[in-house]
Write a protein that binds this ligand. Structure first.
Ligand SMILES: Cc1cc2nc3c(=O)[nH]c(=O)nc-3n(C[C@H](O)[C@H](O)[C@H](O)COP(=O)(O)O)c2cc1C
Length: 293
């Protein structure tokens, strides 16, 4: 991560004190090609009272103004506003939302099926149980029961490391950020993961931003467990690369996936000989690394 470069500064004397407005640019080219973040900080004396940030990926192609121009305009408007009503800037505003303090688990299981007693749900419960047997804490997130909205591609997470969408996602971010093992249990839906789970994967871009911008670290290993209605390997041709991409984007090292095909309504995972043992063994192997440190 590079230091932001200060582009310009202005000082304004007001009855509330001396304000400094500072525009700086941060090169986020190490995150995405040509990504630049423009940050405007307003200080009253030495106390930060306002921050505005915009990055070049927030501005859609074809927009009237580019991000740099928007930052210039915001800078000029702020200078005008502070001169005319400085009193509103001396009240601290909070623009970042901290993640919940509680909600850390050793093993995090993302259960992507809407079926409460479906195949993925059984797989998730076996993983959960294995974590308990190893003396570790664990949590199954049943995505379908949560309020998770799709990513809107605003790229705000690359400014200050938080996502402006107000839903249940902070619990998942908090949990993955501190987990040692992340398991994704999913059915194959139209060759990939169900939309709710895909929304979670997309929204984890927020965690990618926290890693890249705030220097947070994700240390987890990853395991994908997928079930499909059709027989053979074919149903997993898309789903495994999708889960892999999700994990690798966050720095999670995926293990060999555990896959069960030919499973539909009439035949469930409990009736497949050795399936439960295979899932439990895969989890145990990964947990061995965790408990060994
Ligand atoms: C909307 C939908 C789409 C599906 N698409 C596929 C598919 O593309 N390929 C496949 O093999 N099975 C497909 N299936 C079957 C499921 O993957 C299969 O029934 C699975 O065992 C369900 O797992 P669950 O009990 O965890 O929900 C689909 C099922 C649904 C409901």
């Amino acid at each position: 991560m590079n230091e932001d470069a200060v582009e310009k500064t202005v000082e304004i004397e007001t009855p509330e004190g001396t304000f400094t407005i500072r525009l700086s640019t941060g090169d986020l080219g190490y995150v995405y090609p040509d990504m630049v973040r423009y940050t405007i900080e307003v200080l009253c004396g030495t106390r930060p009272v306002y921050t505005y940030a915009i990055n070049s990926y927030e501005v859609p192609p074809g927009s009237l103004f580019e991000a740099g121009k928007v930052a210039e305009i915001a800078f000029a408007r702020l200078a005008h506003d502070i001169r005319s009503r400085p009193e509103i800037y001396t009240r601290r505003r909070v623009f970042t939302r901290p993640l919940p303090k509680e909600g850390a688990y050793d093993v995090v299981i993302l259960q992507g099926s809407p079926r409460t007693f479906g195949n993925s749900a059984f797989a998730a419960s076996w993983c959960d149980d294995e974590a308990g047997r190893a003396g570790l804490s664990s949590r199954v997130f049943s995505i379908h029961d949560m309020d998770i909205r799709p990513c809107v591609g605003c790229y705000v997470c690359y400014n200050e490391g938080y996502c402006p969408i107000d839903d249940d996602m902070p619990w998942i971010i908090r949990a993955i950020e501190s987990a040692s093992l992340v398991v994704v249990c999913t059915p194959v839906y139209t060759n990939t993961v169900p939309s709710g789970l895909k929304a979670v994967m997309d929204r984890c871009q927020w965690l990618h931003a926290r890693v890249k911008v705030l220097g947070e670290e994700v240390r987890a290993r990853g395991l994908a467990i997928a079930v499909a209605g059709q027989p053979g390997k074919e149903p997993f041709a898309c789903v495994t690369p999708v889960v892999d991409a999700f994990m690798k984007n966050l720095g999670i090292q995926p293990a060999e996936p555990v896959l069960f095909s030919g499973l539909d309504r009439v035949r469930d995972i409990r009736k497949i000989e050795g399936a439960e043992d295979e899932i439990r063994a895969a989890v145990r192997t990964l947990l061995m690394h965790t408990t060994e440190g």
